[in-house]
Design a protein around this ligand. Structure first.
Ligand SMILES: O=c1ccn([C@@H]2O[C@H](COP(=O)(O)OP(=O)(O)O[C@H]3O[C@H](CO)[C@@H](O)[C@H](O)[C@H]3O)[C@@H](O)[C@H]2O)c(=O)[nH]1
Ligand SMILES: [Mn+2]
Length: 826
């Protein structure tokens, strides 16, 4: 759905829409990428001197008469609130009924009571997060009037494995960033390659020549989607296009096809042309991806005074040092290295980061984001970052793996925005560099000055305001930032808000320093990974880092644009989807059981209570699995042991349970309709929710338990990125696939148990007239679970990737046997 414009009836809160803005909300000025002619770029023409009456203003000093950069709009959601309350009341009524009749029933009622209390708690968390809905509209056309001088932005892209993440995907993503509508000399793009792969490096060095064609082409013709594979596969020149345009279009297309052919033809270093004779590659000779020194390469420098100045932004390749004996902290470690490397090279006050498979889909994305971050405190100066929701391209129809997150995000993000703001999601986010350096928002101080670091940073802040950094000794600064003088200097500029960092124009002179700050011992005895940078200690470093930001008292804002700001790829197939959910559940539980959990931050820091409750929705995923599995086994248990866990049809409680079942499903269904989705998408999400919770989330729970017991550490398993697999599966890519990884075992067991129980229960009903024992409710519930696990049922008879492997079935059988034993002894 168009996220913002679908709410035309909303009352405006803070600003009224200025008469001068005739553009539709958030719509890009031009969307025809295939017609010739310059795009209606809201940026000031860089070649023209600025009119003298437009004085450039620094963000904090924005004049009050300036046209608003954004509007804050609160959405009327009375009906939503009402439905949320109705469902909560039904849940509470059911609980009350259970409590009142507990003495008449056995343990099954107690178990049901505990599970349903948990569900009521979860529902309450959702209710809280959806209560106040806020959306923002941004007006990039007003930026040109207000800001002659836009702040610089460093763009980070991470990749880690050329097999799971084919380099062409990363190259395409980078091309889409380089071509964004933003002054070229204000941008720099840094690529982190955790695989230290010569193939990835080769792909990038090959892409530079094409980028020099692509970036000017996009800007000249106002191309809508600036990722070449998407652009060329979805656009043809229109009939009325000029001959010149068509010729240019063909040329660029051919060059792109040539580039992708060259990149695709290289799978290992032996296939790289002139690999051994080319000096460019000598850093990669004989290195292992997990054991090598830092490699920093300037692929393109937008050099002042050179012939090609301004053709495209800087492009820098970084493979940080890796040694087997040093922990690398996965993506968080990579992001921290990029922060430091860019700090000593370009040191932009804003940082944009995306995952390797997440293309910039809206060329004005940075401009829109700036509208939410610049201006007066009212307008965005107090926002730490602008986060775009995760949206996906080439998404499978009807969301067969329930991982396109449409409803989850559309319903929660505006709600959380009404509290302290959306969470940092690891990708598609423009943030202030000073927030990464642990600087709290203006005027906000910690209630409890526990950490030495923060009081020192405050000291740092006041000392640098009067421009005398001597107040902090070099040793003290080192404790935060590490030993590099150059980096410390750059960090002080950022924390003090000095806008024009006096960095050398010659990037190559900074390579040696960059290599030093990218070494793996650099962070020893510093605040990196804790109070500075991306936070270590969780597989979901994004949420942990997000939590620190909100705990400092920052607000954040969602970047919901139409067309969407960024588009990523959602995993396809059972194994990849479950791997991702397992990592998320693991990482989120790691946060919940750590000292950095939000409950602690509410008490000791500036995290708002309601924001903490919003975080809990996701942090409890792994814990939820235990309850969900219990509840999924409950009907089977009753059918097998001839008992009940639901009120029978003659009791009032039955009506409550039925009403709950019906309202909940109608509520969620209506939600799917509201966002333009189908019944099938709704069902897929309902059933995948049940599948994730008894497979991936459960395994996530156990990996954290093992970590807490010190038995094994948690690992970041990279998601396989979408790849066109010719031949196989093209007709049914949405069909569930299996492999022998552990998450499939509990899922198979839950399915088998319910299958067995349903059959046993049915036989009993047919053979006796006993009025005691399970009733319609237990049958419906067990049948519902079987429907949810239908793909597992099909997996019993499926072949190849569509069949559950025998070892998995075997292990599941053992679990089923144990469960049946429990039912007997009960
Ligand atoms: O050691 C590593 C592992 C991963 N990555 C990169 O991290 C990104 C995300 O990895 P991916 O396997 O695609 O995970 P997703 O589950 O798709 O990512 C989501 O979840 C992650 C946390 O679990 C966040 O970091 C991501 O930003 C968020 O998009 C990719 O660009 C990887 O190249 C690294 O740079 N180094
Ligand atoms: Mn990803």
């Amino acid at each position: 759905m168009p996220p913002v414009s679908s709410t035309p009836d909303v009352p405006l809160r803070a600003f009224s829409r200025p008469a001068s803005s005739s553009l539709p909300v958030n719509a890009p000025p031009r969307v025809q990428g295939d017609t010739a002619g310059p795009s209606a770029n809201p940026l000031p023409d860089e070649s023209q001197p600025r009119p003298s009456h437009l004085t450039p203003l620094n963000p904090p000093e924005l004049a009050s008469h300036a046209l608003p950069l954004n509007e804050r709009v609160s959405v009327n959601n009375t009906l939503q609130r009402l439905s949320d309350v109705v469902i909560l009341s039904l849940l509470l009524s059911l609980l009350a009924y259970r409590l009142a009749s507990l003495h008449r029933h056995g343990t099954t009622w107690l178990v049901a009571f505990v599970c349903e209390s948990w569900f009521a708690f979860i529902w309450f968390l959702y209710l809280n997060a959806r209560w106040n809905r806020i959306v923002y509209r941004s007006h990039p056309q007003h930026l040109a009037n207000t800001y002659g001088d836009l702040p610089a932005v460093d763009m980070f892209v991470t990749t880690a494995d050329p097999t799971l993440e084919p380099p062409i995907i990363t190259v395409d993503t980078v091309l889409s960033l380089l071509a964004l509508d933003y002054p070229v000399h204000k941008l720099a793009c840094y690529v982190s390659d955790d695989g230290a792969s010569p193939v990835t490096f080769f792909s990038f060095s090959e892409s530079v020549e094409f980028a020099k064609l692509w970036v000017p082409f996009c800007k000249k013709h106002g191309v809508r989607v600036r990722e070449p594979s998407v652009y060329f596969s979805s656009t043809e020149p229109q009939l009325n296009s000029s001959a010149d345009f068509i010729q240019e279009w063909r040329h660029v297309k051919n060059e792109y096809e040539e580039l992708s052919r060259r990149v695709a033809s290289v799978n290992n270093e032996d296939q790289i042309p002139n690999y051994h004779s080319n000096d460019e590659f000598k850093d990669f000779f004989k290195i292992e991806s997990k054991n090598h020194p830092t490699i920093v390469k300037i692929l393109w420098e937008n050099k002042k005074g050179s012939e090609q100045e301004g053709i495209m932004p800087h492009l820098i390749y970084v493979a940080r040092e890796k040694r087997p004996e040093h922990p690398h902290h996965y993506k968080a470690g990579a992001m921290n290295v990029l922060t430091r490397v860019s700090g000593v090279m370009t040191n932009a006050p804003f940082v944009l980061n995306v995952d390797c498979d997440m293309l910039a889909n809206n060329p004005q994305v940075i401009l829109h984001a700036m509208c939410l971050l610049l201006g007066s405190p009212d307008e965005g100066n107090n926002n730490a970052f602008a986060q775009a929701p995760q949206q996906f391209h080439r998404a499978l129809k009807d969301d067969p793996f329930g991982n396109q997150l449409v409803v989850l995000q559309q319903s929660l993000v505006p709600g959380i925005q009404g509290i302290q703001g959306p969470f940092y999601a690891g990708t598609g986010c423009l943030q202030r560099r000073k927030v990464i350096y642990g600087v709290p928002p203006n005027g906000s101080r910690f209630k409890k000055k526990g950490g030495k670091f923060f009081s020192r940073l405050q000291l740092l802040e006041c000392s640098s305001k009067d421009n005398s950094t001597e107040m902090l000794s070099r040793e003290e600064l080192q404790l935060f930032y590490g030993t590099s003088m150059e980096f410390m200097h750059s960090a002080v500029q950022i924390t003090a808000g000095i806008s024009s960092p006096g960095l050398p124009s010659d990037l190559s002179s900074r390579v040696a320093v960059a290599e030093m700050v990218a070494s793996c011992s650099y962070e020893f005895n510093t605040a990196w990974g804790d109070e500075i940078g991306w936070v270590y200690g969780s597989m979901t470093e994004d949420i942990l880092t997000s939590l620190r930001c909100h705990s400092m008292g920052w607000r954040t804002v969602a970047l919901m644009l139409d067309p969407p700001a960024f588009l990523g790829s959602a995993p396809v197939g059972g194994p990849a989807s479950l791997t991702q959910h397992k990592r998320w559940a693991t990482g989120l539980l790691e946060i919940l059981v750590s000292k950095k959990n939000p409950v602690v931050s509410v008490i000791t820091k500036e995290l708002m209570l309601r924001q903490c409750l919003a975080y809990l929705i996701i942090l409890v995923w792994a814990v939820r699995s235990i309850v969900e599995v219990c509840y999924a086994l409950l009907p089977a248990y009753c059918l097998l042991s001839n008992s009940t866990f639901l009120p029978n049809t003659s009791e009032v409680g039955f009506v409550v349970a039925l009403a709950l079942f019906v309202t909940y499903n109608i509520y969620t269904l209506v939600e799917y309709f509201r966002y333009g989705l189908s019944v099938r998408a709704w069902w897929n999400n309902q059933r995948m929710q049940r599948i994730y919770s008894s497979t991936a989330w459960l395994l996530g729970f156990f990996s954290v338990v093992l970590k807490l017991l010190g038995i094994s550490d948690t690992v970041f398993e990279i998601t396989q990125k979408e790849q066109q697999r010719p031949g196989e599966d093209v007709d049914d890519p949405g069909r569930f696939t299996f492999d022998s990884s552990p998450p499939f075992v509990p899922g198979t067991a839950v399915m088998l148990v319910n299958l067995w129980a349903f059959a046993v229960g049915l036989l009993r009903v047919l053979s006796t007239t006993d009025a005691e024992g399970p009733g319609i409710g237990e049958f419906v519930c067990s049948g519902w679970i079987l429907l949810c696990f239908w793909s597992f049922l099909k997996g019993l008879v499926g072949r190849g990737r569509h069949g559950i492997p025998w070892p998995v079935i075997g292990k599941a059988m053992v679990m089923v046997g144990l469960f049946l034993q429990c039912c007997k002894t009960a």
